[in-house]
Design a protein around this ligand. Structure first.
Ligand code: SF4
Length: 464
């Protein structure tokens, strides 16, 4: 979760600020973060200032998440806090699209004093509400906005959202109900954004969507123009074009369809990072069918083995749900056996948690909380050993590491750096701990010799 600002920092200034100031609270996943970046960019383009605290803001925009019940509670609490601390609040994001028990808007029902509520992906609508309640300044400082827009991530990496919505109907998910069917951005538009990001200093592009393998399906893979050349709006072409930009390109939310094989070939050629984030969620065919997962009929073990033959360096990340309604002991054991055989590099696991509005809630065989949590813990314990064993292949090798953070003590002395190799995405994977070295810089690459591993992380020293 990203939240800006997390708390009011100081009291209001004695004199009113010259330009209207908007506070911004951003909650939720990377896709919501991209929406936040677009709104913040537009606000800055129109001359609004972004306030560092509730007290400094003339109005606050809260971008919410409504994916699981815990996120709903966090979002409602954040709106309540913004109302208490500031009073003028516009709500946007996934929670804004949800209905309450009475059929009315959930947010407006809980917090009737909010100024306006929109769903996700609603830049124009949000700006309309901002203009209504806080008129735009006279002299927009458009030249103050960097060409790549205002990023909420560190300067050296950026999420690149290629589509919105999803054509699948997984039983545990309400994203299609909140965000609608798949709408892909034409490849020319995506590439223009990617090029502007690279020009502004971004070293790593993280491609995100709900289903990256489906990119362009809604446009029938329509041809668009990239630098005057005709290019089809499709995952393979996108990976190829991004691979020409000279930065790390990391693909998230890819489903194991046969079409991914050609993208893995690009990885073997070193054009995009040898990293695939494939959300399998389960392995047992009956559970996958009950989940209504895309690509559930694919032979995933064979596919993983084929990918690794094509690209031995490939890191595969995935997420799983333990304790889905009706999951038997034998089906859970089947999932553990799949993990032992697939030897995935990076794994996240959630204990199943019912999401209001999801069709899975009506399935028979709901499991008690303690069974779901015990299965999650057991899965992560099995995976911890696999992860350590997979990472051990890096020991005594020298790898490129993108430095995310330098750690210093209270005297400003460097304690070391935290970075990532090709095998780690920011926020969700382990990292590389690097011994102090004068050549280390945030946002720059270093050559690091790996000396040891833990269950999820690597440790090493700079090679000069
Ligand atoms: S693929 Fe399934 S889980 Fe992912 S967004 Fe679509 S419906 Fe939800």
């Amino acid at each position: 979760m990203t939240q800006t600002p997390s708390k009011p920092l100081r009291r209001a200034a004695a004199r009113p600020p010259a330009a209207p100031r908007v506070g911004f609270v951003s909650l939720g996943c990377p896709k919501a973060l991209v929406d936040s970046e677009r709104i913040v960019t537009q606000l800055r383009a129109e001359g609004y200032l972004i306030a560092p605290s509730y007290a400094d803001a003339d109005l606050v925009v809260v971008n919410t998440c409504g994916f699981i019940d815990a996120a709903v509670t966090e979002s409602l609490d954040a709106i309540g806090e913004a109302l208490a601390e500031n009073g003028k609040v516009i709500v946007t994001g996934c929670l804004g699209a949800k209905s309450g028990a009475d059929g009315g808007n959930l947010v407006a029902g809980v917090h009737p004093s909010v100024l306006a509520v929109t769903g996700p992906h609603a830049l124009e609508e949000v700006m309309g509400h901002v203009h209504r309640h806080l008129p735009r300044p006279h002299d927009p400082f458009t030249d103050l906005v960097p060409e790549a827009g205002v990023k909420l991530t560190p300067r050296h990496y950026a999420y690149l959202k290629i589509s919105e919505g999803c054509n699948h109907r997984c039983a545990f998910c309400i994203i299609p109900a909140m965000r609608g069917d798949l709408v892909s951005r034409p490849i020319g538009e995506v590439m223009r954004e990617a090029e502007a990001l690279v020009k502004s200093g971004v070293r790593e592009l993280l491609v995100i969507s709900q289903d990256t393998s489906a990119y362009g399906v809604d446009l029938r893979y329509r041809t668009d123009f990239v630098g005057g050349r005709p290019v089809r709006t499709r995952m393979l072409e996108l990976a190829r074009e991004l691979g020409e930009l000279g930065v790390w390109v990391r693909l998230h939310y890819v489903y194991p369809y046969p079409s991914v094989d050609e993208v893995v070939e690009l990885m073997a050629e070193g054009r995009v990072l040898p990293y695939l984030d494939v959300p399998f969620q389960h392995a047992h065919p009956r559970v996958l069918r009950a989940m209504k997962r895309p690509a559930s009929g694919e032979r995933n073990i064979e596919r993983i083995q084929a990918w690794r033959r094509t690209c031995p360096e490939l890191t595969i990340r995935s997420t799983f749900i333990a304790g889905f309604p009706g999951e038997t002991d034998a089906e859970f054991e089947y999932l553990l056996d799949f993990l032992r055989e697939a030897r995935l590099d990076r794994v996240g696991c959630f204990a199943y948690s019912p999401v209001e509005g999801a069709s899975a809630n009506a399935l028979p065989g709901a499991l008690p909380d303690e069974v779901r949590e015990a299965r999650q813990a057991q899965l992560m314990a099995v995976q911890a050993e696999i992860s350590r064993e997979r990472l051990s292949r890096f020991v005594r090798r020298t790898v490129d590491v993108l430095i995310d953070e330098i750690e210093v003590d209270e005297h400003g002395e460097m304690l070391g750096a935290i970075g990532r190799s090709a095998a780690s995405a920011p926020e969700i994977d382990g990292c590389v701990y690097v011994k102090p070295h004068p050549g280390l810089r945030v946002g720059e690459f270093s050559r690091v010799r790996i000396t040891s591993v833990t269950e999820h992380d690597l440790r090493g020293s700079v090679v000069v």
